[in-house]
Design a protein around this ligand. Sequence first.
Ligand code: SF4
Length: 363
Amino acid sequence: MPWPLSPELLAPLAPWFEQAHRDLPWRAADLQLPHPDPYAVLVSELMLQQTQVTTVIPYFNRWLERFPDAATLAAADEDTVHKAWEGLGYYRRARFLQAAAASVAAEGWPGDLAGLAGLPGLGPYTAAAVGAIAFQWPTPALDGNAFRVLARLLLIEGDPKHQAAKLRDWLSPALKAHGPSRLTQALMELGATVCTPAPTCGDCPLGGRCAARLAGRTADIPPVAKRAKPKASTLWLVAFEAQGQFLLQAPVAKGLLAGLWRWPTFDALDHEAAPTPGSITTWPGWTQVYTHRREAVTPLHIGLAAPFTPAEGLRWVPRSELQGLPLGRRDQRLRDLLDAPGQSLLEAPDPAGLVRACAAPSA
Ligand code: SF4
């Protein structure tokens, strides 16, 4: 069956959004005009990649206070930027955001979608979302929420992402008819609050026209993608302390963990627990969940009489500097535990073996 025309099908979304939308700090008051601060839209869209709205709000507010415009962010030092991002995860986004800000500060905003998509960290979705919300361009932004809503409305069988190009062409006239910023945000809002994986169709402004609802197929459209089972590991996460200094892995320049300081970790399979004399402190462990792996973490503090010469990449950092370093979520947790009373551990990996693994090879 041919799809109904998008301007008619999606017409109820605009008035629904006027009364149902959440007040979010990056939303413009007037959705007819270009956004008064495209940089705020860019920041919000990068933060919202992979992170929930409620988590993003306080980060967004603090970020805008600290880096109120692209030039300020471009000029900030990297550690300060990572520190401000600390806790949001997927730290590459912070580096991309700073690089995108540097480009905007130097050359101004791009004039079209291809230019936006050429900024660091902006894939096709984010570029289209910034184009529509910041500049009122009729650039259809299809994220997971939008794909789910449209798949149900149009009764698309299989993975709707396979029809991305056709869906963009279909959606574009509705953006022009109802306002790119308003309709883009309305579609996102519907997917986030009503047309969720378990939709509340009774609250939906499109309920009377939704093909999946009329066919009783909202549970199986779109099909749920099967995820690979996360890889499991069991780790000792270790804070070595010697004469008021802690041993940390210095940040690497590239990859997922670029810009972050890390505690040394040891795979429990490589370091079996054995009786230890009592200089080791621990706290309750936890499971750290990432997209593709799960870590069963046991935090340890190992007090040493004196620092040793560390292997390449490791550094001794004074306790007074610990709070100022950007750490990932798992490693922040151990930093916070260091101020809490722990328990003495009677069985732990042999500290001498762990020290050897972190020490520079002797000459
Ligand atoms: S009627 Fe239900 S399934 Fe259809 S768009 Fe609305 S919330 Fe989604």
